[in-house]
Unconditional design. Structure first.
Length: 566
């Protein structure tokens, strides 16, 4: 029976691979654009007393290939000398016979005529003043055409940044020179009741800005191609050394599928030059070219459906590892969680909950147990990737549901498999009365502490990431595709537990903790916006690093054991 199930696993994995090959082909385009913020560029030119064209030329020589050009507000045009803006009360007091209305706001800026508000016109001293009953300084009215045309003439990739506003001119006119659209602010154009009209006003790709959710953006992603945009918060960037910030941009392009690298220059020109130099060098090392990025286009292959027989075979193997009554409860529980919580992601979630545990459900004997567990986990990664890879998930518009469950349920399954099948109460009492040596207690305590940290601290935005860990991450990411620390320590725990001369009950508990590494591998593949090759290399690096660390821990333990007890 088990031989048949294992054969089904292998056949199912092989038949699923063509769907992953199709995804690999869609991920191969590595062209990115380094985009400078247009407002920052304009301010820099004005501060230095240079023309915007001169500053653009400087940045193009430094490697910048794109410019983010904002839609201007009334206040933006006033600040660059394109008109006047005066309170009606001030004008009425200065020119009482001209007809200005106190309480209104008057301007000579062109383009405000399209603002959908009541207007009052006054012709005075050769100027036409248009008045409005409310302050219109923050209302967007169109692009800085001078900056836009200059950038287009110089061959820059233009990311146009329109801004939503209740009283903005409508319909919206998007300049044809734009190559992509990245909405400014926290709302997409037309939110909340004109999204359909706004979506029809242009055909360029839209930018999905990581870490900056925008209301209504999904209405555009249905009918427009999408480019992932990475940018650092300006205040946060200033706290980073230029080379550290540059490495974060390289990481975003190399490992997270970002194609628009949007930055703001540092106050010091030398810092910006250092940032750009490090960024270009990092992209070159990663084999990523600069140019006009192409949106990701991916259609799931029908071959992905072959993953389902593999999932069923894995679930049956899990069933057979438990006594019948417990097996029914466990299997039914997994199905309820997968289809009830995972819903349209039931298949990927089921793979993530089942396969990390399979290799450790048998009695652990030697290092082969660890290798078998890795094999099961990689099969689960194939099934998860085949079923979960869609254009939306690869763009991170749809994210995997159940990351926390991956770190809880597989270890719980392994722990359940270790319960005695007969008198478990007597066995538990014996374990509680079991004498334990100091070194064994220290080993178990360290492993339990690592397990707790893995559960409580997930992701880079956790509340307590040690500074030393952040520094180590940054240095490792500059040299390689960094493995997850959970995988390193989890694999090391498995290697140590299977080879060290320790009591069986401690070994079993360490194996439960070691399952975190297998679950973390599936977690890596559940980040669908990360290229498959990157996730695979990350996992292999974690396996090798964990093996080395586990063997080092074993040597130290044997030395301590001999020194203390012999």
């Amino acid at each position: 029976m088990k031989r048949f199930l294992h054969a089904a696993l292998l056949v199912s994995a092989l038949l699923s691979l063509p769907s992953l090959w199709a995804r690999y082909g869609a991920e191969k385009n590595g062209t990115v654009a380094i985009v400078i913020d247009g407002r920052a560029l304009w301010d820099q030119a004005r501060t230095a007393g240079l023309s915007p064209e001169a500053v653009m030329r400087h940045y193009r020589e430094a490697g910048v290939t794109g410019i983010g050009i904002y839609e201007e507000t009334v206040n933006d045009r006033i600040n660059r000398g394109a008109g006047l803006y005066v309170a009606g009360s001030t004008l009425a007091a200065a020119f009482p016979t001209a007809g200005f209305l106190a309480g209104w706001h008057y301007t000579t800026v062109s383009g405000v005529e399209a603002i959908p508000l009541p207007q009052h016109r006054v012709y005075w001293q050769g100027n036409t003043w248009i008045g409005f009953p409310r302050d219109i300084a923050s209302i967007p009215i169109g692009p800085n055409t001078e900056l836009l045309r200059t950038a287009y003439r110089m061959g820059f990739y233009i990311v146009y940044r329109p801004q939503n506003h209740r009283y903005r001119p409508w319909p919206v006119t998007i300049p044809p020179e734009a190559s992509a659209i990245a909405f400014a602010g926290n709302e997409a154009l037309g939110w909340p009741d004109r999204l359909g009209q706004a979506s029809q006003s242009f055909s360029m790709p839209v930018a999905f800005i990581e870490g900056a959710p925008q209301l209504g953006l999904k209405a555009f992603t249905k009918n427009h191609e999408v480019l992932r945009l990475f940018s650092l918060n300006p205040a946060y960037q200033l706290n980073l050394a230029p080379d550290v910030a540059a490495r974060k941009y390289v990481l975003a392009a190399r490992e997270r599928g970002h194609r628009l690298l949007y930055f703001r220059p540092y106050p010091k020109a030398s810092d910006t030059e250092r940032f750009l130099s490090e960024l270009k060098a990092g992209l070159e090392r990663a084999g990523i070219t600069l140019g006009s990025p192409k949106p990701l286009v991916f259609s799931p292959s029908g071959w992905r459906l072959w993953a389902w027989p593999g999932l069923v075979a894995g679930l049956i193997l899990l069933f057979l590892a438990f006594p019948v009554r417990l097996a029914v409860i466990v299997t039914a529980g997994l199905l309820v969680v997968a289809f009830g919580y995972g819903q349209d992601q039931a298949g990927p979630l089921l793979a993530g909950l089942t396969f990390p545990a399979l290799g450790f459900l048998v009695r652990p004997r030697n290092i082969i147990t660890w290798l078998r567990a890795i094999g099961y986990t990689l099969l689960g990664a194939i099934f998860m990737s085949a079923l979960g890879s869609t254009q939306a998930s690869m763009l991170a518009l749809a994210t995997f549901r159940g990351v926390g469950l991956l770190l809880i349920i597989p270890p719980a399954l392994v722990l359940l498999s270790q319960l005695p099948k007969d008198d478990w109460r007597e066995t538990l009492v014996q374990r509680l009365n079991q004498p334990i040596r100091l070194v064994e207690a220290m080993v178990l305590g360290l492993a339990l502490a690592a397990f707790a940290i893995a559960l409580l601290r997930r992701g880079n935005d956790a509340p307590f990431v040690p500074q030393i860990e952040l520094l180590l991450r940054d240095q490792l990411q500059a040299l390689m595709i960094r493995p997850r620390f959970k995988e390193i320590f989890g694999h090391a725990t498995a290697v140590f537990a299977l080879l060290a001369p320790i009591p069986n009950w401690i070994r079993n508990l360490l194996i439960v903790i070691a399952v975190i590494a297998e679950a973390s591998i599936l977690d890596s593949f559940a980040h669908y916006h990360t290229p498959l090759v990157v996730s695979l290399i990350r996992s292999l690096n974690g396996i090798v690093a964990g093996l080395i660390l586990g063997l080092l821990a074993l040597v130290l333990f044997r030395w301590a054991r001999k020194w203390l007890w012999e």
